[in-house]
Design a protein around this ligand. Structure first.
Ligand SMILES: C[S@@+](CC[C@H](N)C(=O)[O-])C[C@H]1O[C@@H](n2cnc3c(N)ncnc32)[C@H](O)[C@@H]1O
Length: 271
């Protein structure tokens, strides 16, 4: 029997991993759930926390996770045995959902989060843990880069100062030639709200999110970071109800909509 853990050991941005975990686990518990994630359910059931302060569960985070999983499987199909880096991995369980027997999986997050992962998730020789800031380039040296590397950054860059994100994009593209990156972004209006103090519920204020990116700005990344050769705006997979509604999905690319919605970008690094 696993010891229970107090989620309040995670503070600030690190506590936001309990928000995304909660949304994946609640979805995975549903009989009609869109994601199969028994380890997320185990984590959620083992970590004591006032999860209700995040408000109503949403499909956003499980859908984002499924999109990152699909990108990862696609990368590993093209580059068997490649390394996958999960930056700001939090309590993600993508390694087990993807279940690739050859992947080398590099898990980067701050020490308190890696500590919870060590205590609750199964140890695996394919996993390389880096308890460090994603902004500290020391994790670069932990990545086996004999094959093109895929970097995942889900729910991370928005919390960083913009200059730090641009410098990190440039350094990653220079170091991991031929690799790729999948990351999500929030629109500018939402970033501004968080900077002014956004109360998600009566008891939860989101941390400030200073980095925002529109779909058009994401498309222009190769002009700004020349070692990024191309980018693609990728839609979340279909979910239940409104998350699968064809009109909602097609309206995401209407001129008035495309630059005010969150987006997921897949970027390719030059060889
Ligand atoms: C919103 S959570 C996302 C977690 C996970 N990627 C997911 O999608 O469920 C943000 C994560 O970023 C991590 N984080 C914040 N600042 C970081 C930094 N400087 N370096 C690495 N991780 C960081 C937090 O600890 C937290 O786990």
């Amino acid at each position: 029997m696993t010891d229970r853990i107090d989620g309040n050991t995670l503070q600030g941005v690190s506590a936001t991993t309990l928000w995304t975990l909660r949304n994946r686990a609640v979805e995975a518990k549903r009989p009609d759930g869109i994601i199969d994630d028994p380890l997320a359910v185990m984590l959620y059931d083992t970590i004591d926390y006032d999860y209700d302060k995040f408000g109503k569960p949403s499909q956003t985070h499980p859908l984002r996770a499924l999109l990152a999983d699909a990108t990862t499987r696609d990368h590993l199909a093209r580059h068997p045995g490649a390394a996958v880096v999960n930056l700001g991995e939090g309590l993600q369980t993508s390694f087990w959902r993807v279940g690739d027997p050859t992947v080398r999986w590099v898990s980067v997050d701050l020490e308190p989060v890696i500590d919870v992962r060590r205590r609750l998730l199964p140890a695996d020789p394919q996993i390389i843990e880096c308890p460090t800031s994603a902004l500290d380039r020391s994790w670069f040296d932990a990545v086996p880069d004999d094959q093109p590397v895929l970097i995942i950054a889900e729910g991370l860059f928005m919390y960083f100062p913009p200059d730090d994100v641009w410098a990190l994009l440039s350094d990653m593209a220079a170091r991991f030639a031929g690799g790729g990156l999948v990351f999500d972004s929030i629109p500018h209006w939402f970033s501004k709200k968080t900077l002014a103090g956004l109360d998600l519920t009566k008891t939860y204020r989101t941390p400030p999110m200073p980095f925002a990116l529109t779909v058009d700005e994401a498309a222009a990344i190769p002009k700004r970071v020349p070692r990024i050769t191309d980018t693609a705006d990728v839609m979340l997979p279909k979910g239940r109800g409104v998350w699968g509604n064809p009109l909602m999905r097609s309206s995401a690319n209407w001129p008035l909509m495309r630059n005010i919605r969150p987006c997921v970008t897949v970027a390719r690094f030059a060889d």
